[in-house]
Design a protein around this ligand. Structure first.
Ligand SMILES: C[S@@+](CC[C@H](N)C(=O)[O-])C[C@H]1O[C@@H](n2cnc3c(N)ncnc32)[C@H](O)[C@@H]1O
Length: 253
């Protein structure tokens, strides 16, 4: 005769329940302890003065530039050292475009791109440091620029409010502490055919007077982007000290 479910179990049944409960909980404990740590694309290595001691594709990630150094981003000689006019030409923005200026700092490039996309377009000035976003707001107010919107991001997520035509990182990518997750999130926020552009001081050129970890070679950028759903398009090499490396979102198969 079968035991009704609402009756208290016999001592033999209770013993079996104990075996099953203890067995289940101890196997759960063993499983948790033995589960391998989450796979990571990063490795720990020698920590140099300007770096985190964390390596991605063999490159040590640099410390980010603190907002206390923000005046350096607005130095007058920057116009001749970085030729923003040539950068804007290379980007070929169209009126109405939506742009993410990732790691915008004080917005040295944001307002220029805002002019290029015009009043129907928008530039999201994105930065992990809220102080930079405050400086961005001040600078845009001073210039009377209305189509730049500040966004405080995290190291893994740019927190873009809408899909963008262009995501650009000017002197930023080398100091992203979680480049794999950050660029993957950027790619998810690209419109079909949207572009990701990296402007970095040329790591191949020893005459560029910038600390080694704050420069990148074109080969390294291309290598790291093999992990992302991006296709390489071209590199503009006409700037005095930097290169402009352009990728496009890979079309879904
Ligand atoms: C050297 S500054 C360049 C600022 C600006 N792009 C320019 O050219 O004037 C680098 C900026 O990138 C920001 N940054 C670093 N990692 C970031 C990330 N994962 N997401 C957004 N901003 C980041 C820093 O806070 C800093 O403001």
């Amino acid at each position: 005769m079968s035991t009704p479910l609402w009756r208290s179990p016999s001592s033999r049944t209770r013993a079996w329940i104990m075996v099953l409960v203890l067995g289940a909980s101890s196997s759960a404990w063993i499983t948790a302890a033995e589960t391998p740590r989450e796979a990571t694309p990063y490795t720990q290595g020698k920590k140099t003065r300007d770096g985190l001691g964390v390596y991605y594709f063999g490159r040590e990630i640099a410390h980010y530039m603190t907002h206390l150094a923000a005046p350096w981003l607005e130095r007058p000689e920057r116009d001749t050292e970085e030729r923003p006019d040539l950068v804007l030409k290379a980007l070929a923005l169209k009126p109405g475009d939506v742009v993410a200026d990732l790691g915008c700092g004080t917005g040295y490039f944001s307002w220029r791109m805002a002019q290029a996309v015009g009043p129907r377009g928008v530039v999201y000035g994105v930065d992990i440091q809220p102080e930079m976003i405050e400086l961005l707001a001040e600078k845009m107010k001073e210039r009377g620029v209305a189509n730049v919107t500040g966004v405080v991001s995290t190291v893994k997520d740019p927190k873009l409010p809408q899909p963008v035509d262009l995501a650009i990182m000017i002197d930023v990518y080398h100091e992203c502490s979680r480049p794999a997750e950050f660029i993957a999130a950027v790619c998810r926020s690209l419109k079909p055919g949207g572009r990701v552009v990296f402007i970095e001081y040329r790591g191949e050129d020893p005459t560029v007077p910038i600390k080694a970890l704050h420069k990148m070679t074109e080969a390294q950028v291309k290598l790291e982007m093999t992990a992302q759903p991006l296709d390489y398009v071209e590199t503009f090499r006409g700037l005095p000290r930097q290169h402009v490396i352009i990728f496009r979102k890979r079309a879904a198969l």
